[in-house]
Design a protein around this ligand. Sequence first.
Ligand code: FPP
Length: 238
Amino acid sequence: MEQKIPQHVAIIMDGNGRWAESKGLPRIEGHKAGVESVKKIIRCCMTKGIPCLSLFAFSSENWSRPAEEVNFLMELFLESLRKELAELNQHGIRLRFTGDRGLLSAVLQQQMREAERVTENNEQLILNVVVNYGGKWDVVSAAKKVARAVQNGELAIDDITETSFAHYLDTERLPDPDLFIRTSGELRISNFFLWQLAYTELYFCEVHWPDFGEHELEMALASFNKRKRRFGQISELI
Ligand code: FPP
């Protein structure tokens, strides 16, 4: 039977800290190993023809972690971007970022803009890195933008539809995810994409993110392939 390929896979990369602790290592070692999994999964998505991958790298709630860990993560994002940008670009990957950038350091914001600019014409894979993001923040900021557009006379109230509203979300014109994956055993959405996951197939697995590789992605895709997506209708009408 022909394999269905999800057009957008969104992942909560959970369990870096537990992975490290289980090996008697400091938590930051788990985040370093997490970067290696990010690279593996980008390669797998390209091989399998998945055109869009969103990775939840830092939630708006993650600021309450110890300053040392937050600083390490911010440095890791910056270093990874600096180090990998040329190669990502060579492979035709388009980078984009979702989330509230205002609280990130000026140098990280600059590197993000640069990565988006350099890769803007690439078409092999959209790699959407989700940083300082919360699903409720996204919906509230979209509502504010819609309110301003109405106030300025750019949008009529009757033209606010599910489709037009979605364009004000920070994911703008990305397709909604077909498949959501969360590693490390937690069965929650944790304020990740709330609007965007309305009809997404959800997949949870026990392995920690640094142990998530090609085999685990294939298991997720096999599970996705067994799902009957009805979008609220009955099967005969789809
Ligand atoms: C969750 O594990 C992971 C994070 C909060 C950070 C994710 C970051 C990476 C994988 C590194 C690099 C990413 C990019 C895009 C370069 P956790 O710390 O919550 O683990 P725990 O639940 O076991 O404590």
